[in-house]
Ligand binder design. Structure first.
Ligand SMILES: [Zn+2]
Length: 270
């Protein structure tokens, strides 16, 4: 590289203009704004699930016995599986309405359920939300009876951390011309969208696997065809919220990265 006046320099037979701090700042604000707008799309992916979840409280009695049978049928009780019933608590319900949702309160209100691998425990409100139980049982099958499923579960947290990191890295300046030799950080910068999406895939895949196995167990214990159909529909919406999160993250990282490229990459002038 040959330095010259006017903030220009020559590289590989071309002349480039170095970008200034102001460009980088404008890029950063635009990138942050684009990401904020994209993340506003998230509810459109999760609303269908949440709406059906509330409607299903009235159908809880249709699923409850079949869920208990599916737990027995799974053979996982012998492997240490437990089912914890979290009953509704009015105080925590009020906290939820006031927007102070905590995981336990959500479960007690029958708005969600979870499987805790460390405790080998399915946690749900059996008075309201056993429809979620088959899916959580699917997570337990993945954890306790499937090597591949277990690996996907273990990739969940690191995957999210990596995707989150990509969202920060996407806002870095791009001080080198496009055709300059790349080092490891440049490679990460060039591929941050792909890495961010890849980080989310184990979760989406494991969620899909959990639903598939849960539905299979529901069929095994004789859940009627219309209820199985409803289960599939409901779990499809749950998967949509995970896939939506991955999509929005990918789009946000992509747009932030492109905006930062436009505002911070040296401009070729000849
Ligand atoms: Zn799940």
């Amino acid at each position: 590289m040959v330095r010259s006046v006017n903030n220009t320099y020559n590289y590989n037979g071309n002349t480039y203009v170095r970008r200034n701090e102001k460009d980088a700042l404008v890029g950063f604000y635009l990138a942050s704004a684009a990401s904020a707008v994209l993340f506003k799309l998230l509810p459109s992916f999760s609303n269908p699930f949440e709406k059906q979840m509330l409607r299903e409280h009235a159908n809880n009695y249709l699923y409850r016995d079949y869920f208990d049978r599916a737990v027995e049928q799974s053979g996982l009780l012998q492997k240490g599986l437990q089912v914890e019933h979290l009953a509704f608590s009015p105080q925590e319900g009020a906290a939820l309405r006031d927007g102070f949702a905590v995981a336990d309160a959500e479960i007690k209100a029958g708005l969600n359920a979870c499987y805790e691998p460390k405790l080998k425990t399915i946690r749900l409100n059996k008075d309201k939300a056993t429809i979620t139980g088959f899916h959580e049982l699917g997570h337990a099958v993945n954890h306790l009876s499937s090597k591949f499923g277990k690996v996907l579960q273990k990739l969940r947290v690191p995957g999210y951390v990596i995707s989150g990191l990509m969202a920060s890295i996407a806002t870095f300046s791009r001080p080198k011309p496009k055709d300059a030799p790349r080092n490891a950080l440049d490679w990460v910068l060039d591929n941050c969208t792909t890495i961010a999406v890849a980080g989310m895939l184990p979760t989406v895949a494991e969620e899909a696997m959990a639903s598939y196995k849960g539905i299979k167990l529901a069929k095994t214990v004789g859940l009627s065809e219309p209820l199985v159909k409803n289960l599939k529909k409901f779990y499809g919406k749950a998967l949509l919220s995970y896939a939506g999160y991955a999509t929005v993250t990918g789009l946000a990282v992509y747009s932030m990265s492109k905006i930062m490229e436009i505002f911070t990459r040296p401009k070729k002038i000849s």
